[in-house]
Design a protein around this ligand. Sequence first.
Ligand SMILES: [Cu+2]
Length: 200
Amino acid sequence: MMAVCGLSEGAVFKVGDSAGWTHIGHVDYKTWAATKNFHVGDTFFFQYNNQFHNVVRVTHKNFNACNATAPYATLTSGNDSFTVKRGGHFYFICSFPGHCEAGQRVDIRVPRNSPLTPIPVPSPSPNLLPSPTPSLSPSPSLSPSPSPSASDVPAPPHNGASYHVPSCKLWLMSMVILAFCAYRFRLLGMFCFSDQLRIF
Ligand SMILES: [Cu+2]
């Protein structure tokens, strides 16, 4: 409505907002200016019918006296822009008879230490560059993760147990085989004995 933001440059303020630059309707330009935050680099746009108005930049003294005889500048196009390049007060009046007295004047105060808001914006981006370093931290976090796998080393006890079982089975099997062999040999011995008996 009144302030159109230019991101890389200053904001653009339409003086008087929708009312524009006029002496009709009792636009309170003092209140208009008081409700805005101006910065160096901002642009002020004066829109008016140039058949009935103009924009004259004057001194503080001439602003108070509605005196346009020694202006800094006079703008008459009806669509005039004024960009503020430093802090301080900027006084504008309309020089048409009776208009300034009727309230068509504005005191635009721009704080001296008010750099354009966009200026700090680029500095954060360098701050974003260091962020990659935190991304490096994850890699150390990854190195600890392998260590838990090392903690899995206690698994050997598991393996030992698994070894125990086959050894038991082996022992049992060997015992069975031994018993079987002993039985077989005994049978053989009996046969031999019986043969010997038969022989005898
Ligand atoms: Cu006027």
